[in-house]
Ligand binder design. Structure first.
Ligand code: PRX
Length: 635
């Protein structure tokens, strides 16, 4: 263990104190000792949050892949880097050593370079959870191309929006992707998306499902045709610490998704630091994060964090319910997983099933459990603790965001006292604070407010791709010179944080961030619709579900509402992907509005949650009379 990683509570407090007293020294010392740099930095930190202009390790040169792979080859070439567990349990798992990973990444990097890709070019990866996705991510990083991974559950429209926003020149996809018993036709979705993407010149297609595909002449090439004869060696591009490493899209409170930009040096340092600190990874542990690489959790805690730490990381192609609801536990037994990191929505779904799904597998290898993505309710926490951890495994409830790049507030496994539903304490280097409505910091404990971070940390997003003004407006304007997270939180008398949920127009459904405005825009495109308001309401498994209140044009009010519901639902599903589908649609005569014409979502949220006894003062509404009929007709 490194002297910078806490090993007990007193070292945590001491490291925390050092990191706050002198952040540049703390991160500079850690970065110098623990990574391979081609050239050291001139400044550890150069930051002005009012702009915001954020630079970590300015002037340093590195390649993150040298740190994730090459430097492990001397002593750990034969150690397993990635365990690939396929969707179908009858297909063999693969153990990919660091030496093999190195060769495969080099070949992939040479393959992408052979198309003309170079430093700074954007490459969109729209792929299933197969090892080639990991190779492609690392290959882009090795040649300095900026990867933009788009989750393979997204629709053609979401894909084309993301490709166009980043002006990707290259797309890597597959013929199809397995998800349980279904096959997603990734290539045909890509073809549809690319009809509106003139920026793309080449598409590489991996064969995975043997789904029939159309190959477009001069644009599309098969992965295997290009890959097989590539050289096993590949020079790493020399990157500045502040060069862009990747773009990853997250939903915002306006329709357009935000391309969060992360850079090489700071992201690497903090992904590594947080992985080792939170999970207390030891060198022979098998670690499994069940996320998809299409989300930030997969970037930081399947790929960059674990590999930079020389860990063994499991990559799972399938879903928890296939071939049956015991699959997670079968995988834990099969690969003797020591650390399991998953999402509350999966825990809730699995806790509904017959307990024999759990007890049929030997879970004795587990020593640490983690959760991420949304608040975990007490019942799910206790089930995870008792049934999976058998009361012996600490649960790290990790709070963080696409924007933060790494885990910010979390217990350190076996060190911090866990409290169900609390993310507990900030990691060294992280300075959270609570703000009141008037923009003042709440300094006392036992308080509730809006969660901000008041000092820079290495893996913070640097901008929104192509829109720094929006970046500033979204994150650095509500509370000047502080990063505003969009979440509310409580702090107890001992400084432990409990995240209460979003305070903006983002709803988290099954751990996926959905922007309500984006869904409303799609619903409003239906020819019968005048306008819509989308809110979240609590759902026992998904955490939240989508409820849409919709007003219809006069000449459409007579139409059959069941048919309209089906049409609207499939429009949303087709445009944004099935995860964005409204669970309930209510047609209304009017939506409650303020006098300035803003829809009062606060009231609609209450109706959707069936909390109809107290709306507060609605007399200031433009049209208070519509509330009663909305309440009466609620679903
Ligand atoms: O509301 C918080 C919730 O997920 C949001 C971030 O979503 P995303 O950028 O997709 O990243 C998810 C994976 C890091 C946060 O603003 N969230 C995430 N983790 C937790 C959480 N809410 C409560 N507890 C958590 N542990």
């Amino acid at each position: 263990m490194s002297e910078f990683i806490a090993t007990d509570l007193s070292s945590y407090y001491s490291l925390y104190e050092q990191s706050v007293r002198d952040p540049s020294k703390f991160w500079g010392d850690f970065a110098e000792k623990e990574f391979t740099w081609i050239k050291p930095w001139d400044n550890v930190l150069n930051c002005d949050l009012s702009k915001p202009e954020i630079r970590w390790f300015e002037g340093a040169k590195l390649n993150i892949v040298e740190n994730c792979i090459d430097r492990h080859l001397q002593e750990n070439a034969e150690k397993t880097a990635i365990i690939f567990e396929p969707n179908d349990p009858n297909e063999s798992a693969q153990n990919i050593s660091y030496a093999e990973l190195s060769k495969n990444v080099n070949k992939t990097a040479n393959m992408i370079r052979s198309l003309g890709a170079k430093k700074g070019d954007r490459v969109c990866l729209y792929m299933p959870m197969v090892p080639e996705l990991a190779y492609a991510v690392l290959a882009c990083a090795k040649i300095g191309a900026i990867h933009s991974v788009v989750f393979a559950g997204f629709s053609a429209k979401s894909l084309s929006d993301r490709i166009n926003d980043a002006e990707c020149k290259y797309v890597i996809t597959a013929d199809g992707g397995y998800r349980g018993s279904k096959v997603t036709p990734l290539k045909s979705i890509t073809d549809e998306a690319l009809q509106s993407c003139s920026c793309v010149s080449k598409v590489i297609v991996l064969k995975r499902t043997n789904t029939e595909v159309d190959m477009v002449l001069n644009r599309d090439v098969w992965w295997h045709d290009l890959y097989d004869n590539q050289p096993l060696e590949c020079d790493a591009e020399v990157m500045d610490a502040e060069d862009e490493l990747f773009i990853l899209y997250t939903s915002g409170s306006t329709g357009q998704p935000k391309g969060m930009v992360h850079t090489c040096g700071g992201y690497m340092v903090y992904a590594n630091y947080s992985f080792r600190s939170v999970f207390q990874y030891e060198s022979n542990d098998v670690y499994w994060c069940t996320a998809d690489i299409g989300w930030i959790t997969g970037h930081s805690y399947i790929i960059y964090g674990p590999l930079s730490a020389g860990a063994t990381t499991v990559m799972f192609e399938g879903v928890p319910s296939y071939p049956d609801m015991g699959r997670f536990w079968q995988v834990v037994e099969k690969h003797k997983v020591n650390i399991l990191y998953t999402a509350p929505t999966a825990i809730r779904a699995l806790a509904q099933c017959d307990i024999s799904h759990v007890t049929n597998s030997d879970l004795s290898s587990l020593k640490t459990l983690g959760t991420v993505g949304e608040p975990i309710n007490l019942e799910a926490w206790e089930w995870y603790d008792e049934q999976i951890g058998k009361g012996k495994c600490p649960i790290v409830d990790t709070w963080w965001q696409t924007e933060t790049g790494g885990i910010m507030i979390s217990p350190l496994a076996g060190i911090t006292k866990t409290i169900p539903t609390f993310a507990t304490l900030p990691l060294p280097g992280i300075q959270p604070c609570l703000m009141d409505q008037d923009g003042n910091e709440i300094t006392e404990d036992d308080a509730e407010g809006r969660l901000c971070i008041k000092a820079p940390w290495p893996s913070m997003a640097r901008t929104i791709y192509g829109n720094h003004q929006r970046f500033k407006g979204t994150y650095y304007s509500a509370f000047p010179s502080k990063y505003f997270t969009g979440d509310g939180a409580k702090r107890d008398a001992n400084g432990n944080y409990r995240i209460t949920g979003r305070v903006d127009d983002v709803v988290i459904v099954s751990g996926h961030n959905l922007g309500t405005a984006e869904i409303e825009n799609v619903i409003d495109e239906h020819e019968a619709v005048t306008e819509s308001a989308v809110v979240g309401y609590p759902h026992p498994i998904k955490g939240n579900s989508i409820y849409a209140f919709v007003t219809l044009k006069d000449d459409s009010k007579h139409l059959d509402s069941a048919t309209l519901e089906t049409e609207i639902t499939s429009l949303v599903s087709k445009t944004l992907g099935p995860i964005s589908k409204p669970e309930k649609i209510q047609f209304c005569d009017g939506l409650p509005k303020t006098r300035s014409g803003k829809i009062m979502r606060r009231i609609l949220r209450k109706v959707a949650s069936n909390e109809i006894d107290n709306f507060g003062d609605i007399s200031t509404l433009l049209n208070p009379e519509c509330v009663e009929s909305i309440v009466v007709n609620r679903k």
